[in-house]
Ligand binder design. Structure first.
Ligand code: GAL
Length: 420
């Protein structure tokens, strides 16, 4: 890690030094935020950088969930041409830090008291060997069920489903009324997003933690896991035949436009509803997915900062890190992104009902021990374990001939101790 540059960050950030233009530089940022709502969120950030004279260079790799972006990032870093910052999350931050390509943000973190303004569960993920190497920007909740209010009304669904029995009863009504009950994009990360939400709803947070986070073998082979796979498979019958390969935001559009009733997705989906002027509680609803009201799967977007050679680029990078943790950015960005600020004690009055619920539930589930990391969104497992789980679950979703038992064995194999 390059510690001298850490001091430069601090200098650049708090503007101890000189006027804006003298301090301006270019910052190249890898991200995959290309949907309508996401692009509006990034525009806030670009605008704030520009106010200080820094120029922003997009390094955009399309593909929801960021898998494509991570593959391209690897090639760039291996070629010795890292961007200034990249949207990297969870244990992957540690994997990159271990390669000694990230820069330390400790001087700024201690000056700006990041330890005091971040939830500990988040701060810990941003650190490598106790030092900050990444900056968090938000908290997304993953275990949501989105619904089109008019579709539910036309189908005669009076209340949002709290159990899977209620969910399937509602889905039947929506189908009978001529709509697609469940909008789903058949890509492996979207399959896993639905799957982990079902596991949480069927088995509860403690089970989710044992099975998907700790990869406990008894939990992975249990009846709860069997039941989760069965419920997951049952959902497929309520999706449309154009689902395979469809992007998540195109899928959300089906709910926005009243073609479909429900979508299981994290609250970046809300960014899409908001971007086209829809209002929560009126045009659409957000509710915890069946059985998950008292639990919360979190997904924190964060930017890891890479070691850079040029002094100008380091200055712009330092300012970016400073900006990302600031109250102004955290509010403006998250109002568009669908997430909530990761900074503690931020006023929530400008946020909508979904965000207020998310903020309240983040605190209560954290206290009750039912706040769990999203596996689908890279918050819990190593990249390779995550990839194996993802492919087992997607194969099960796509191939009706694969049995629950076969899939349970594949999941168990992920937890097997490595052969030496
Ligand atoms: C998540 C990411 C969100 C959003 C979504 C769709 O993994 O945390 O910020 O971008 O994927 O790409």
């Amino acid at each position: 890690m390059s510690f001298p540059s850490s001091l430069r960050y601090l200098c650049a950030a708090v503007a101890l030094c000189a006027g804006a233009s003298l301090w301006a530089g270019e910052v190249e940022v890898l991200h995959y935020w290309t949907s309508g709502g996401e692009a509006k969120s990034v525009a806030e950030l670009k605008g704030m950088m520009a106010l200080r004279g820094h120029s922003w260079k997009d390094f955009t790799v399309t593909g929801g969930g960021g898998q494509n972006a991570m593959a391209v990032l690897k090639q760039r870093v291996l070629a010795g041409n890292a961007p200034a910052a990249a949207n990297i999350k969870g244990p992957a931050i540690q994997e990159w830090a271990e390669l000694n390509v990230l820069t330390s943000l400790d001087a700024m973190a201690s000056f700006e008291r990041w330890d005091e303004v971040l939830p500990k569960v988040v701060a810990d993920q941003m650190k490598y060997k106790g030092r900050y190497v990444a900056v968090p920007v938000n908290v997304h909740r993953v275990n949501w069920l989105w619904a089109n209010s008019a579709v539910l009304k036309k189908a005669g669904v009076a209340s949002l489903p709290k159990t899977y029995d209620e969910f399937f009863a509602a889905a039947d009504k929506i189908k009978a009324a001529g709509f697609v009950p469940v909008a789903h994009g058949g890509q492996d990360w979207q399959d896993f997003t639905v799957f982990e939400t079902v596991v949480l709803g069927v088995g509860g947070a403690a089970f989710y933690d044992k099975a998907l986070v700790k990869l406990d073998r008894a939990a992975l082979a249990s009846d709860e896991m069997r039941k989760s796979l069965e419920v997951f498979r049952r959902i497929k019958a309520y999706t449309d035949d154009k689902s395979p390969g469809r992007d998540w935001n195109v899928t959300t559009e089906m709910v926005i436009n009243g073609k479909a009733g429900f979508q299981f997705m994290g609250d970046w989906a809300k960014g899409e509803f908001l971007a086209v002027g829809q209002t929560p509680g009126k045009d659409f609803t957000c509710s915890a997915a069946p059985g998950t009201e008292k639990a919360y799967t979190f997904n924190v977007d964060s930017f890891a900062m890479f070691q850079l050679k040029s002094w100008e680029a380091q200055k712009a990078q330092g300012y970016l890190a400073y900006l990302l943790m600031g109250k102004d950015f955290q509010e403006k960005f998250n109002l568009r992104k669908g997430s909530i600020p990761v900074r503690l004690n931020m006023p929530m009055d400008k946020f909508d009902e979904c965000a207020k619920t998310s903020s309240k539930d983040f605190v209560t589930t954290s206290a009750s021990g039912t706040l769990v990391p999203s596996v689908a969104h890279g918050m819990a497992l190593s990249s390779s374990q995550q990839a194996s789980m993802r492919s087992a679950v997607s194969e099960f979703w796509n191939n009706d001939k694969l049995t629950v038992n076969e899939t349970l064995s594949k999941l168990l194999a992920v937890s097997a101790p490595k052969q030496k």
